[in-house]
Design a binder for this molecule. Structure first.
Ligand SMILES: Nc1ncnc2c1ncn2[C@@H]1O[C@H](COP(=O)(O)OP(=O)(O)OP(=O)(O)O)[C@@H](O)[C@H]1O
Ligand SMILES: [Mg+2]
Length: 256
């Protein structure tokens, strides 16, 4: 007679929580006559190590969604999660800390500090956190963005594309879990734009970072693993493995 051993519990795949998520997210600006529903019940999840493009017409809510997911803006209703943290349940102080530790944000309008040099702007998030830059990582970020010879200049002495690259370096320098980039290729020439997209893909592949990128460019969106399309504050399309053709077709459906 053979005794049967009780089966050991086999460890299944570790449950992977999304890195960022919104549940029934509503964001309303203004009141009465100036009332704008910028996000209208948005539910979406972003997995670790994924690269998502967010597309849609001007005013459809792309920047608002990014700001709410990153905890830069308070929401009107619903829930927003960043890793294990429910952002709407945090105090301002806790929110600032979570944001500082986990998020890199490239603003549509760059938001560089005019009195600081490029180098000082890039390391600012580390300075604020009382941390020193890892020199190897700093050199790598600066070199990959082609900023090596502009580090001692102030934003007013840089071209638009160079300012945009400084803003990107500032978002990457802390090695955040999630990088939010609002039209990061908008001011770049095609060579620098392609180099940036390749670098972002490498961040996902090699470091497991999660990237959420707003773009109006179907070619840029085709570098992502997924493209979401917003219209009037709602997600109207969710495209896996987007191509220039599938993205353009989705945008054309909006006009129809
Ligand atoms: N601070 C604000 N106060 C009032 N309304 C706002 C504010 N920010 C955005 N809105 C409005 O919310 C809506 C969504 O704006 P949002 O900036 O998210 O659009 P977007 O998709 O990023 O557009 P774009 O492609 O032009 O950057 C728009 O109608 C906009 O006018
Ligand atoms: Mg915007």
């Amino acid at each position: 007679m053979t005794a049967t051993m009780p089966a050991l519990p086999t460890p299944g795949p570790a449950p992977t929580r999304p890195v960022a998520a919104a549940l029934d997210l509503v964001k309303v600006y203004g009141s009465d006559k100036t009332r704008v529903v910028a996000l209208d019940h948005v539910t979406v999840e972003f997995g670790r190590g994924t690269f998502t493009a967010i597309m849609g017409p001007s005013g459809s809510g792309k920047s608002t969604l990014m700001h709410c997911l990153a905890g830069l803006d308070r929401i009107t209703a619903g829930r927003v999660f960043l890793g294990d943290h429910e952002l709407n349940a945090l105090s301002d102080k806790e929110l600032t800390r979570v944001r500082r530790d986990r998020v890199g944000f490239v603003f549509q309008a760059f938001n560089l500090l005019p009195t600081l040099t490029a180098r000082q702007n890039i390391v600012l998030p580390l300075d604020l956190a009382g941390r020193k830059p890892d020199p190897t990582h700093f050199d790598q970020v600066v070199a990959s963005l082609g900023l090596g010879d502009r580090l001692d200049h102030r934003p007013s002495e840089l071209s638009g594309g160079q300012q945009q690259r400084v803003a990107i370096a500032r978002a990457l320098i802390t090695k955040p879990d999630v990088i939010f980039a609002d039209e990061p290729t908008g001011a770049l020439d095609s060579k620098n734009g392609l180099a940036l997209l390749a670098y972002l893909q490498a961040c996902v592949r090699d470091l497991g970072q999660t990237i959420i990128m707003v773009t109006h460019d179907a070619k840029a969106a085709a570098h992502a693993d997924r493209a979401l399309v917003l219209f009037d504050g709602r997600i109207v399309d969710d495209i896996g493995r987007p191509s220039v053709e599938s993205v353009n077709a989705a945008l054309a459906r909006l006009d129809a």
